[in-house]
Design a protein around this ligand. Structure first.
Ligand code: NDP
Length: 489
């Protein structure tokens, strides 16, 4: 495979605390691996307790003054950061590609730009975050929207820049400070986000980045100095973090995994449905939480759908992720590749028919070709468990009621999609699907203006849009008596 020249990805130090880079090499060494080649491109150290203490102390110290800063000024800082992030989009996208292996063709349009959208959106609405006036006759009440304090953000490895910004932007707009831990697999981009926020005028201490794996995440979650934990990760991790946070009654946002259904009816536009299923299964090499990995296709269309999907999959350009012509990259890590390979084997053992793909490429790095399976049934492991890789399952269904019942028969509830030309059916079906983020004749759009999140085991709370404000602020109610106080004695 031809290799584009790569810039030096090494960060100035492992952590970013109180406005500056901080190193403490007493912490465990974490190698950052470029998934396209398997080479070590940087090394960071996990945070020691001393580093965690510094992060919380600086966040606590900075938060009160930030909460007292006029919201308009807080918003201005975020808007400026959005602008810088956009100006550095290419540089940030290259780093994101090196951190995750995702093709530059994707990262140029879906990562720093999505982070900038969040900073711009919450920067814009910061000044409009007000309480209510509640008339009560002679008396009245009012509410004050207050920040929570110090919020912990913990990220997954698939969208490091986006996840950091989706959490930091509403948190900071509401007057909170944040201590953020990226995934140990992708520690680089969040440090750049921290640098940019400082450059945009964010006071030191309000967005601190500490590195580490689950143990550091656990220490952040249970720390008494944290008022909230927002996690993007898997359901098993979500369970641990949610229950640990409950001990001290911390607020939580849980953005977890899924096994989302996509219902393709006979009357759907075939090209759009196939395109939606490609976006919903193979973008980011299938490593997206909302992916519609159970593609239910109505009986009359199934054979043509599978044939056309297989044809279009042959057009995937698999190669150097830094080459902008590439549209399919490697998996993020050796571990993730092994997980997906294990699921591929189980799929065949359980009788699913592999139409195309699922082969390991003979080159360094973590390469699997996108896989299409037909004849998948609801009881198969591949239809029940989140694989988090480029594996699309086609399941056949007969009618609307059956399709909906089978789509809902899962513990997850992150996303769902429907492809049909019948407008009545589209809304009727979506109304009955139990999922937090849904799509009609489309898949995997995530504009910041639209709330994002799951139901059932897929999560608690919402990111993006005005809905996120509810999860980064709390309401203080104030009763105001205008007359005398009448007491019984
Ligand atoms: P993990 O759940 O393995 O990890 C998520 C984060 O939590 C990582 O930073 C991880 O650290 C950290 N962590 C692990 N254990 C603990 C613990 N006990 N306490 C606190 N933090 C902990 O998820 P992945 O990183 O493997 O990401 C893939 C998962 O994320 C998939 O299930 C996917 O569906 C989900 N996801 C959900 C999204 C959503 O918005 N709903 C979006 C993107 C992904 P480390 O990895 O460094 O060990």
């Amino acid at each position: 495979m031809r290799q584009t020249n790569r810039p030096d990805a090494r960060p100035r130090a492992s952590h970013f605390i109180d406005g500056v880079y901080v190193e403490d090499d007493a912490g465990e060494t974490i190698d950052v691996i470029y998934p396209a080649t398997g080479e070590v491109i940087a090394t960071v150290h996990a945070a020691t307790q001393a580093v965690i203490d510094r992060a919380f102390e600086s966040a606590r110290a900075a938060q009160a003054a930030w909460a007292a800063t006029p919201p308009r000024e807080r918003g201005r800082v975020l808007t400026r950061a959005a602008q810088i992030l956009r100006e550095r989009n290419r540089e940030m996208s290259i780093l994101e590609t090196m951190d995750t292996g995702k093709p530059l063709q994707e990262t140029l349009v879906a990562d720093a730009t999505s982070g900038a959208d969040a900073l711009e959106y919450f920067g814009g609405i910061a000044a409009g975050l007000t309480g209510e006036h509640i008339p009560l006759g002679e008396d009245w009440a009012y509410t004050i929207r207050e920040p929570l304090g110090v919020c912990v953000g913990i990220g997954a490895w698939n969208y490091p820049t986006q996840i950091a910004c989706w959490k930091a932007a509403p948190a900071l707009a509401c007057g909170n400070a944040m201590v953020f831990k990226p995934s140990e697999t992708t520690p680089l981009c969040t440090l750049k986000v921290a640098e940019i926020l400082i450059e945009a005028g964010l006071p030191a201490g309000l967005f601190n980045v500490v590195q580490g794996a689950g143990a550091v995440g656990g220490a952040l979650t249970t720390d008494p100095r944290a008022d909230k934990v927002s996690l993007t990760g898997s359901v098993p991790t979500g369970r641990k973090v949610y229950s640990a946070a409950a001990e001290s009654m911390k607020h939580v946002t849980m953005e977890l995994g899924g096994k989302s259904p996509m219902l393709v009816f006979d009357d759907a536009d075939l090209e759009d449905a196939v395109g939606g299923a490609i976006l919903g299964n193979f973008y980011s090499s299938g490593q997206i939480c909302t992916n519609g990995t159970r593609v239910f296709v109505q009986k009359g269309l199934r054979a043509r759908f599978v044939e056309r999907m297989a044809e279009r999959m042959r057009d995937a350009v698999i190669g150097d992720p830094l080459d902008e012509a590439t549209n399919f990259g490697p998996l993020v890590s050796a571990r993730q590749m092994e997980i997906v390979e294990r699921y591929l084997k189980i799929a065949e053992d359980e009788g699913a028919r592999r139409v195309v793909g699922g082969e390991r490429l003979d080159r360094p790095g973590y390469w699997l070709t996108p896989a299409l399976f037909d004849g998948v049934t609801d009881d198969m492991t591949m239809a029940r468990e989140e694989i988090f890789g480029p594996v699309l399952s086609v399941l056949e269904f007969d009618d609307e009621d059956e399709g909906i019942a089978r789509a809902n028969a899962t513990e997850f509830g992150l996303s769902a999609g429907v492809f049909t030309r019948d407008i009545g059916r589209a809304h009727r079906v979506i109304g009955r699907l139990r999922a937090g983020t849904c799509f009609i004749n489309s898949y995997n759009d995530a504009p910041v203006e639209m709330p994002f999140g799951g139901v059932k085991m897929s999560g608690i709370g919402r990111e993006n849009a005005k809905a996120a404000i509810e999860h980064y602020s709390q309401v203080k109610s104030v009763y105001v008596r205008m007359g005398r106080v009448e007491a019984p004695f």
